[in-house]
Design a protein around this ligand. Structure first.
Ligand SMILES: [Zn+2]
Length: 154
């Protein structure tokens, strides 16, 4: 069953339907860049869970999103918000700020889970993961309004 395990480890590469439709219908590369490339049935979230303070079901990094098992609409929206945050900060900026906010929140709460929930990038994603219009209406740098808007759980 090695082949089966390998294919599960690599994840099935799937572009989200909207993205595929976009590529077929539109020569506008900018419109296609609004959505990340999706991998489902991926081991990446499982591996990350070994180091993260929470159980990871999906993760967005660069132009890719990896989901453990299927990717629900809610997970897709959450990770696409993270993708947009990365795009507007040229990726490296978001990764550095994400780490910085995590450290600041960890210093404040002395708890890895609270540091995660109170990261402004996560606060924006959790607040709007169920809003079907959010990705069209989202303003650039929308995560900024959550810097001082802390909570304990979303
Ligand atoms: Zn998140």
């Amino acid at each position: 069953m090695r082949a089966r395990r390998l294919s599960w480890a690599a994840g099935e590469i799937l572009r989200f339907r909207l993205n595929a439709h976009c590529e077929k219908m539109s020569p506008n590369v900018g419109a296609c860049m609004k959505y990340p490339i999706l991998f489902v049935n991926s081991r990446v979230p499982v591996w990350l869970s070994k180091f993260a303070p929470i159980e990871v079901y999906a993760v967005s990094f660069g132009p890719w999103v990896w989901c453990r098992g299927i990717c629900t609409t809610r997970m897709w929206q959450h990770e696409t918000i993270h993708y947009r945050q990365q795009l507007e900060l040229l990726f490296v900026g978001q990764w550095l700020l994400y780490g910085l906010f995590w450290l600041l929140m960890f210093a404040k709460y002395r708890d890895g889970r609270a540091a995660y929930w109170n990261n402004p990038f996560e606060r924006e994603a959790y607040t709007h993961e169920l809003d079907p219009h959010y990705l069209e209406d989202r303003k650039l740098y929308a995560w900024r309004r959550y810097i001082f808007d802390n909570c304990h759980e979303p």
